[in-house]
Design a binder for this molecule. Structure first.
Ligand SMILES: NC(=O)c1ccc[n+]([C@@H]2O[C@H](COP(=O)([O-])OP(=O)(O)OC[C@H]3O[C@@H](n4cnc5c(N)ncnc54)[C@H](OP(=O)(O)O)[C@@H]3O)[C@@H](O)[C@H]2O)c1
Length: 287
């Protein structure tokens, strides 16, 4: 039976990929740093194996008998040569036949993002691959920006009036599962966006109407950096966020493609649907 190894298994996309793979007849394994804490997140019926991109001792066991790999680059690992390539070398040695890699929109044009180098490295190794180049995740609003919305009712990101083609990670995961299970996706790259592009003014208006509480958008580079810093985020992570939001401000994040719709045979989830489904995240306290 097909064996699929899922990295980033406790993260936004990996968790949903694991959930959806349960509906298919394949042998699924979650590659996790800490099997005990992962079981608490994933439930005890998901099989886990120890795996750490930065610990080569974990590679042989994790990749044993694996046919397909769902590859997520952990956001903290930016040095591809030192922190990602060794695991890919091990995957090649173990005979992994197909990698589905969670990449980022326009990665092929942007030499500065790690995803560019990872895509190139997978191609160099000659492992058949599918690159899922995702747009900005809607779920950033209930993770990175949870407190901004829940306690302050204010988003400050320096994205100006630029539009973003937000995508729901549930759609990315559904595409990932299709490309893992079906034949015919090797050697392909998909640009995965939502079906609409919105400014943060429009997004906060939707938050306000669904949550029944005012959420404002007040773009400010200085205040954004100060607030992220005071919430304990490291400066290099904040600078990456600034770069991403600047891309939106410059009007480069609003591209809409038809790949998601074609691969799912339905329209992508809308931001309105996402906010309704995740309402409880922002309503639990302080309202
Ligand atoms: N956010 C966006 O808008 C967006 C858009 C497009 C693409 N992306 C890309 O998507 C990726 C992140 O996906 P995500 O949001 O699903 O992930 P995530 O929620 O940030 O979770 C990161 C995952 O990586 C695991 N991890 C961390 N360090 C590890 C290590 N040394 N070895 C093995 N696993 C490790 C974590 O496991 P633990 O439980 O052990 O911590 C966790 O499962 C990034 O590459 C990002 O650039 C993001």
């Amino acid at each position: 039976m097909l064996k699929i190894l899922v990295t980033g298994a406790t993260g936004n996309v990996g968790q949903e990929v694991l959930r959806l793979l349960q509906f298919h007849s394949c042998n699924v394994c979650a590659a996790v740093r800490n099997p005990n804490s992962a079981k608490q997140i994933l439930g005890s019926n998901i099989r886990t194996v120890s795996f750490d991109f930065t610990n080569p001792d974990t590679f042989v066991n994790a990749f044993s008998q694996v046919n397909k790999l769902f590859l997520v680059r952990p956001p903290a690992l930016a040095n591809v040569r030192q922190q990602i390539a060794p695991a890919l070398n091990a995957a090649k040695l173990a005979g992994v036949e197909h990698i589905v890699f969670l990449s980022i929109l326009e990665a092929e044009r942007n030499r500065f993002v790690p995803h560019f180098k990872i895509e190139r490295y997978i191609d160099q190794l000659g492992i058949p691959a599918t690159f899922l180049r995702g747009s900005f995740f809607m779920q950033n609003f209930n993770t990175t920006h949870l407190e901004d919305i829940k306690t302050r009712g204010e988003l400050l990101m320096p994205a100006g009036n630029g539009k973003t083609s937000f995508i729901d990670v549930r759609d990315i995961a559904a595409v990932a599962v299709r490309t893992l299970i079906e034949d015919g996706h090797q050697g392909r790259a998909y640009a995965l966006t939502g079906g609409e592009a919105l400014t943060y003014y429009e997004v906060t208006d939707i938050f306000t109407s669904i949550l029944g509480k005012r959420v404002c958008y007040k773009p400010s580079l200085l205040k954004f950096v100060q607030q992220m810093h005071s919430s304990g985020l490291p400066m290099d992570f904040i600078l990456v966020m600034v770069a991403i939001y600047t891309t939106a401000r410059l009007g480069l994040a609003g591209k809409i493609t038809s790949d998601t719709e074609q691969l799912l045979n339905r329209s992508p989830l809308t931001i309105r649907q996402y906010i309704e489904d995740y309402r409880q995240f922002w309503l639990r306290v302080h309202l």
